[in-house]
Design a protein around this ligand. Structure first.
Ligand SMILES: Cc1cc2nc3c(=O)[nH]c(=O)nc-3n(C[C@H](O)[C@H](O)[C@H](O)COP(=O)(O)OP(=O)(O)OC[C@H]3O[C@@H](n4cnc5c(N)ncnc54)[C@H](O)[C@@H]3O)c2cc1C
Length: 469
């Protein structure tokens, strides 16, 4: 039976959510931890369901072992844990609208809320990106880790960021063959950040490990490469790749065609800020943190009383940062509730805040390595679909801007972009970039799409069935 009110509601069961839940559950508190995913553990801690069997090569690395241990602990503690459960809205008077398993909806209240909603993938549209046979890196990972299958025996990968290489490594490890990896960013900008990387040796070694294993397996890795077009009549048949100059503009004559029926693309991550945005939390735009993020102090408090945020939503920085911030958020709540005294907390906070400083310096360095240049965004051809749910192409966006739609909501009304099933989860980040570039405005001047409940699609039957049993 779900209660009408919880002391603490945690949204998201990734590293930050489970780290916080683990600490909080050692005290006499009512805690609700929800996640829309079918499993607990967020994006990183995926496992093939037991009924499908483990895949033989599966040996989780250290950070994942830490995460799976947390999951085991949390499952045994006094926490109400709900998967397949999505937060749909945040209202005044500490009220939340929640949907369970596409079956029913209910509202409940909280004293404290911790947003640990993580990140999603960033996309860069190109001609043909809606063709069957074009997958995202996240989808590749879900297929391998949750279902134990590969999308194809042989394929091409393109995009940008460390996750592109992590996903490629996972694919190769499971017997796939790669025609190549086309990285959008240049190679040389990684070299100038080398000293910074040595401060974060584990991350450096992780990245170096992936790339060296990929190179040793003979896969061609090319930098400053961009997907021009994915072609095919009904399904993907070939991919055209071109070289970018140092300003991100396509160098004509460099086009190369790869015959393949499968292309996997990924351009890093963007924070899931919609719920904190609706709760009135202050947001800031910081390219080095991954775009729009939630503003927190060093105790993970937002500007809204009793609302905290932790993990990727405060800056894209990986599992260790999320773990660290989840712990800080939990201790802050315990202190505010008077359940731990300041003297005992002081050394813990000191250690965790010092660790966080390291993570944040890595965040800034890491994200600046993989920026998509304005000229690349402007180079998206006019007939390319940008909002795939509502089939809004680049030309419609440019036309609306030239008619005076200079902010996201005006553009939405003029073109229907972001109004579809995904509610802008796929296209909003590139539309923000486009508006800033086309209107020569700062992100703050451009602003954000307004957020309204439900954040996620919900069925009428679920809305109709409103109970907590
Ligand atoms: C597709 C994808 C794949 C990734 N794979 C890797 C990888 O292989 N290796 C790696 O090092 N890092 C990976 N990352 C990065 C990873 O997210 C971080 O390293 C870290 O695990 C983040 O932890 P977190 O707690 O901040 O968020 P996450 O792990 O992202 O967890 C956030 C959780 O919040 C839930 N959520 C969000 N909104 C709602 C809502 N409205 N209602 C209910 N639940 C909600 C999500 O379902 C998710 O489970 C991946 C990220 C993504 C987006």
């Amino acid at each position: 039976m779900i209660k009408d009110k919880y002391d603490i509601v945690i949204i998201g069961s990734g590293f930050s959510g489970i780290a916080a839940a683990d600490i909080l559950a050692d005290h006499d508190l009512s805690i609700l931890l929800i996640d829309e995913n079918i499993h607990i553990g967020g994006q990183l801690l995926r496992k093939i369901p037991e009924e499908l069997g483990e895949y033989p090569s599966y040996k989780p690395e250290k950070i994942k072992r830490i995460g799976f241990d947390f999951i085991d602990k949390v499952k045994q503690k006094k926490i109400t844990l709900m998967n397949k459960t999505a937060l749909l809205g945040v209202y005044e008077n500490n009220e939340l609208l929640i949907e369970y398993n596409r079956e029913k909806t209910f509202t409940l209240k909280y004293d404290f809320i911790l947003f640990a909603t993580g990140a999603r993938e960033r996309f860069l549209p190109f001609k043909g990106w809606t063709l069957p046979g074009v997958y995202s890196t996240g989808m590749l990972q879900v297929l391998i880790k949750n279902f134990g299958v590969l999308p194809a025996k042989k394929m091409l990968m393109a995009g940008s960021g460390l996750f592109l290489f992590a996903a490629a490594y996972e694919y190769l490890k499971n017997g796939g063959k790669l025609l190549g990896i086309m990285e959008q960013s240049p190679f040389w900008n990684k070299v100038k950040f080398l000293p910074q990387f040595f401060h974060q040796s584990s991350k450096f070694l992780e990245g170096a490990g992936y790339i060296s294993k990929i190179l040793l397996s003979g896969v061609p890795v090319k930098f400053q490469r961009h997907v021009i077009e994915a072609r095919g009549e009904k399904n993907l048949e070939e991919v055209v790749i071109g070289k970018l100059d140092k300003h991100g503009e396509l160098i004509s004559g460099t086009e190369k065609t790869y015959k393949t029926d499968t292309l996997v693309v990924g351009y890093g991550f963007v924070p899931n800020i919609e719920a904190p945005q609706m709760a009135g939390c202050q947001l800031e735009y910081c390219k080095e943190k991954g775009g729009w993020t939630v503003v927190v102090n060093d105790r993970m408090e937002t500007n809204v009383e009793n609302i905290l945020a932790a993990g990727e939503i405060t800056g894209i920085g990986g599992a260790n940062k999320s773990l660290n911030e989840g712990k800080i958020a939990a201790y802050t709540i315990l202190e505010k509730l008077g359940l731990m005294d300041k003297e005992n907390l002081a050394p813990l906070f000191k250690k965790l805040k010092k660790e966080r400083k390291h993570h944040m310096s890595f965040v800034k360095c890491f994200n600046s390595l993989y920026q998509i240049k304005p000229k690349t965004v402007l180079g998206i051809p006019d007939d390319t679909i940008v909002c795939r749910c509502e089939s809004v192409d680049m030309k419609s966006i440019k036309d609306a801007v030239s008619m005076g739609c200079h902010d996201p909501n005006g553009l939405k009304m003029a073109t229907r972009c972001t109004m579809g099933q995904c509610q802008g989860r796929t296209c909003a980040p590139v539309i923000y970039d486009l508006l800033q570039i086309l209107c020569s405005r700062t992100p703050e001047e451009t602003g954000l799409f307004s957020v309204r409940p439900p954040f996620k699609p919900v069925s009428i039957s679920a809305l109709n069935k409103s109970n907590k049993s």
